[in-house]
Design a protein around this ligand. Structure first.
Ligand code: HEC
Length: 115
């Protein structure tokens, strides 16, 4: 029996470290506590729909490389999400997890996707 207890203890330990690691990977700052760049935030939170270049279009995602929205409009859009509910609100005042400075960086990064 003792061997089973040990195996269970070991797997719990492995599981705990996996959980700790994945929650870390989802955080918006790196292991040094520095804020992530707009590029990294974008890669982590936005590419699933918009794609690396902004033009992937998954779930009807707008093509960011041809967006006509101003920087301010982009910021507002990212904060509030899309009115059809496909894109979630990211602003912390709207139930999201990103602060103003992170959203500013994201919007500035998106501007560089224009072609
Ligand atoms: C679940 C898919 C999804 C994810 C993830 C997503 N978006 Fe979107 N996004 C959309 C959809 C769909 C639209 C178009 C909605 C509409 O037209 O009403 C959109 C539109 C936009 C627009 C408006 C562009 C324009 O010109 O109309 C911006 C800016 C934008 N997204 C930025 C972001 C950023 C930044 C992130 C990551 C923080 C992100 N999106 C993550 C689906 C997504």
């Amino acid at each position: 029996m003792a061997i089973f207890t040990r195996i269970i203890r070991k797997s719990t330990l492995v599981l705990t470290s996996i959980l700790a690691f994945s929650s870390c990977a989802d955080s918006s700052s790196n292991e040094f506590g520095e804020e992530m760049s707009g590029e990294k935030l974008y890669a982590q939170k936005c590419t699933s729909c918009h794609g690396k270049k902004g033009n992937l279009g998954v779930s009807g995602a707008a093509d960011l490389s041809t967006s006509t929205k101003s920087l301010e409009e982009k910021i507002e859009f990212i904060q509030k999400g899309s009115s059809n509910g496909v894109m979630q609100p990211y602003g912390e005042n709207f139930g999201g997890s990103l602060n103003d400075s992170q959203i500013q960086k994201l919007a500035e990064y998106i501007e560089t996707l224009k072609n």
